[in-house]
Design a protein around this ligand. Structure first.
Ligand SMILES: O=C(CO)[C@H](O)[C@H](O)COP(=O)(O)O
Ligand SMILES: [Co+2]
Length: 228
C-alpha cells in the first residue's frame, strides 16, 4: 500500500514558492490551499499563481479549493495545470457533474469534507472520485491542532472504499505531524498533507522522508491494509 506525502505551501514563504517547492524534495504532490475569504475566513492565492507554480515545478499540484461556487471555479484550476483538484462537498451544487468535468479535463477529481460533514450521504458518489479528503482541522489556517475526533470518520471512509472495491485515495489534511500521522495511517488514510510539519522543519526534505517512514510502518500493521 503506497503512502503519499503532500507538503502544503500554506506554511511556505509565498515570496519564494518555486524554491520552497524544491525544498520539499521527495514530495509526491505539492498541496496548494486556495482560499477566498468567503468559504473560509482567510485569503491565499488563485488561478494565476497556480499557473505560474505549475510551470515552475515538476512536482504535480494538488489544489485544495476552499472557495464558494466550486462548480464554476474548479475546472479553471485544471486548465491552470493542477493534476488533482479537490472541491468541498459543502461548496459544490452538483458534485457528480463537477467531478466528471474535472476528470474529463484530465485531472484527478477529489472531494473534501469539513469536520462536521459526514461521509455517509456521499457513499454513492465515491465511484465518481479519485480521492476523498477528510479535514482534520476546521479549514482556513495552517498550524492548528489535529482533531482526533475525526479518526472514526477516516475509519468509516476507508470501510466504504473497501466495501465498494474502489481505488480511491484517502487524504487527511490539518495538524498532520510526527505525533499524529501514525494514527491517521492506522485509521485508513494513505495521502497525508503536512504544512507546518514540513515547512516549519529545519530540513523540509528530511521531514518528508521521516513522515513517509512513519506512515509506511503504521500502514504495514494496519488492519485495513493487511486485509488487502
Ligand atoms: O487546508 C489547510 C487548512 O485549511 C491546510 O492544508 C492545512 O492546514 C495544512 O497545514 P498544517 O499541516 O500546518 O495543519
Ligand atoms: Co489543505
Amino acid at each position: 500500500m503506497a503512502v503519499q506525502i503532500n507538503p502544503s505551501i500554506l506554511s511556505a514563504d509565498f515570496a519564494r514558492l518555486a524554491e520552497e517547492a524544491k525544498a520539499a524534495e521527495g514530495a509526491d504532490w505539492l498541496h496548494v490551499d486556495v482560499m477566498d475569504n468567503h468559504f473560509v475566513p482567510n485569503l491565499t492565492l488563485g488561478v494565476p499563481v497556480v499557473e505560474s507554480l505549475a510551470r515552475a515545478t515538476e512536482i504535480p499540484l494538488d489544489c485544495h479549493l476552499m472557495i464558494e461556487d466550486a462548480d464554476r471555479w474548479a475546472p479553471q484550476y485544471v486548465e491552470a495545470g493542477a493534476g488533482s483538484v479537490t472541491f468541498h462537498a459543502e461548496a459544490a451544487a452538483a458534485p457528480v457533474r463537477l467531478a466528471r468535468e474535472i476528470r474529463a479535463k484530465g485531472a484527478r477529481a477529489s472531494m473534501a469534507l469539513k469536520p462536521a460533514t459526514p461521509i455517509e450521504p456521499y457513499e454513492d458518489l465515491l465511484p465518481e472520485l479519485d480521492m476523498v479528503l477528510i479535514m482534520t482541522v476546521e479549514p482556513g489556517f495552517g498550524g492548528q491542532a489535529f482533531l482526533d475526533i475525526m479518526l472514526p470518520k477516516i475509519r468509516r471512509t476507508r470501510e466504504l472504499i473497501t466495501k465498494h472495491g474502489l481505488e480511491l485515495w484517502l487524504q487527511v489534511d490539518g495538524g498532520v505531524s510526527a505525533s499524529t500521522i501514525e494514527r491517521c495511517a492506522d485509521a485508513g488514510a494513505d495521502v497525508f498533507v503536512a504544512g507546518s510539519a514540513v515547512y516549519g522543519a529545519e530540513d523540509p526534505a528530511e521531514a518528508v522522508r521521516a513522515l513517509r517512514d512513519q506512515a509506511r510502518s503504521a500502514t504495514a500493521t494496519a488492519a485495513w491494509a493487511c486485509a488487502h
